[in-house]
Design a binder for this molecule. Structure first.
Ligand SMILES: [Zn+2]
Ligand SMILES: [Zn+2]
Ligand SMILES: [Zn+2]
Length: 274
């Protein structure tokens, strides 16, 4: 295949607005995408990336997958570099302008700083930061939160997490490569997903491709009763986020405190009477 045919194949994929499809994560953390008959290797957005760097990486990725950069208008310049395991390979080069956030000049030093910073941070601190980021993200996505106050429910949550971890059949490639990030799971499913793969799964569910049965979808995750309507349930323990549903009865009970109301100390009482 010559350069012109490769370019034609890519142009074809863009022209037919073939939908980019995320395939998998390579051992080095790069992502594999397909679009029409073309396949792309794209850098993943690393977990814990600062917002500016994450944005630059997303602009860069979108530019490759659409053929044009939204920020600087640069368009794709394919450069074939031979065969990779029998597959004709192309380096998709987008000559971003210097002031584009996705340009090498802007992005590469950020990536290097990020990697150096991670190397000099202890595993403990990296996980603590991931746990903090998970909390902030759950708080941002669910502004109306009600806390579980019932002790019995609290221990149920811990048992549930242990059970989900024990029965897990796997995790997405991103989590496999870097576990220091948010782990999402749909109660009823057995595969953990990073935030990005969780978003893809959400889109698939909207399209009718849910990993769980309709029956499971309408089953209360606490009492296992099937109900017409469930209240959404989001449980976070450290970096783990469990998504499911509770029936009204269980939801109400989970918020009732089990502790006896505390009596005022005698001293306080006496002072009050004076
Ligand atoms: Zn650009
Ligand atoms: Zn993932
Ligand atoms: Zn219930």
């Amino acid at each position: 295949m010559g350069m012109s045919e490769l370019k034609a194949a890519l142009a074809d994929a863009y022209a037919n607005s073939a939908e980019p499809k995320f395939l998998s994560v390579a051992e080095n953390g790069d992502e594999l995408w397909s679009m029409g008959s073309a396949m792309f290797v794209l850098p993943a957005v690393p977990a814990g990336a600062p917002p500016e760097m994450e944005y630059a990486l997303r602009v860069r990725r979108a530019a490759v997958l659409s053929g044009t950069c939204d920020e600087c208008n640069a368009s794709l310049n394919a450069d074939p570099f031979g065969r990779l395991e029998g597959v004709e390979a192309v380096a998709a080069i987008i000559p971003h302008r210097r002031n584009c956030p996705a340009s090498d000049e802007n992005l590469l030093p950020q990536l290097q700083r990020f990697r150096e910073h991670r190397k000099s941070t202890s595993t403990e601190d990296i996980f603590a930061a991931a746990s903090r980021a998970t909390r902030l993200s759950v708080e941002a996505k669910t502004p109306l939160r009600r806390m579980i106050r019932n002790r019995k429910f609290e221990s149920w949550v811990r048992r549930l997490l242990d059970q989900k971890l024990a029965e897990s059949t796997g995790e997405c490639g991103h989590l496999h490569v870097d576990p220091a990030q948010t782990w999402n799971i749909l109660l009823g499913d057995t595969e953990w997903k990073c935030d990005q793969c969780w978003e893809y799964q959400g889109l698939e569910i909207i399209r009718g491709n849910s990993p769980i049965s309709t029956q499971e979808d309408f089953t209360c995750d606490h009492c296992r009763t099937v109900k017409d309507e469930l209240e959404p349930l989001i449980l976070r323990v450290g970096t783990f986020v469990l998504h499911g549903g509770l029936c009204r009865t269980c939801s109400k009970r989970s918020m009732e405190t089990t502790e006896k109301p505390r009596r005022k100390k005698n001293g306080a009482k006496r002072r009050g009477r004076r």
